[in-house]
Design a protein around this ligand. Sequence first.
Ligand SMILES: Cc1cc2nc3c(=O)[nH]c(=O)nc-3n(C[C@H](O)[C@H](O)[C@H](O)COP(=O)(O)O)c2cc1C
Length: 324
Amino acid sequence: MQYYLAPMHGITGYIYRNSYEKIFHNIDKYFAPFIVPNKSRNLKTKDFLDVLPQNNRGVTIIPQILTNDSNGFIATSRKLQKLGYHEINLNLGCPSRIVVSKYKGSGFLAKREELDRFLDEIFKIDDMKISIKTRIGKDSPKEFYELIKIFNKYPIEELIIHPRTQKDFYGDKPNLEVFKDALSLSINPICYNGDIFTGEDHNKLTKDFPEVKTVMLGRGILANPGLLNEIKNNTVIDKKIFKDFHDEILRQYIELCDEDMHVLIKMKELWGYMRYVFSNNKEYLKIIKKSQNISDYNEAVLSLFNEQEIVEGAGLFTQGNWGV
Ligand SMILES: Cc1cc2nc3c(=O)[nH]c(=O)nc-3n(C[C@H](O)[C@H](O)[C@H](O)COP(=O)(O)O)c2cc1C
């Protein structure tokens, strides 16, 4: 089985990815958060730094582009190619209202003719592999059956499916009926993505779909960075390893940011996910969120690590055996 880290804009930038790689070293491909093409000759500084090879040593990175403009896609792909990239991922999944209102991300799924024309243009690039990360429709899962006819016209390196519609956002459950059909209908390789938060979720998926050979994990890893070791080796993450991972991310953000506040915004966002695997985390999370400087923050984090335990079987939104 191959495992990918999902792109998560604002979170899984190079600092997160490098920290993860340093401690866990078990991801086959890291998908970088989306880049929106701009008209200038160069990538925006933030996007450039995120994909700069010097910032991504020793890891396989697939950059992602979010657009409905084929010229923008091609121009940005060329810039990425100059940096050494040979595969680009197209984002057809982003459900954010601003993105969707411009018919980008999962909004583009509602414009099938335009999407087909767009794909026809971008697949003319013959020296670049293109993979697609998609939802199963804009408003209804039925749309998938038309979309797959379009996708099947192109040599997609991989079709990564998050089986929800845009309308679902992150609610309800992934639609496994449609995913099952996708496996039989797609002529291109399929990767599964969505709601794998525990080892049990993973085992259920692979039992139901033994033909799945590639899984992309997102929020499940944010909540439990040891999830993949749990999946592969049936081991629960050690608190010390979790702390080392946390400290590595913190160290790199401190090195990068001029102000404590910027570091704290990033770390607090992460705790919105990581809290779930700790016992009785609620009060600790409040104190972490209230901290206004690195020293108070460190103190709050240390008490959580010292005084609480990692709950076996817990994952994002789930209770684990002890009740979180
Ligand atoms: C905060 C956040 C940012 C995201 N940013 C991106 C992104 O840049 N590109 C993308 O294709 N998907 C993005 N996603 C979607 C994830 O890659 C993934 O498809 C989704 O979270 C479902 O997988 P999961 O249940 O394993 O998390 C984002 C999701 C979250 C929660």
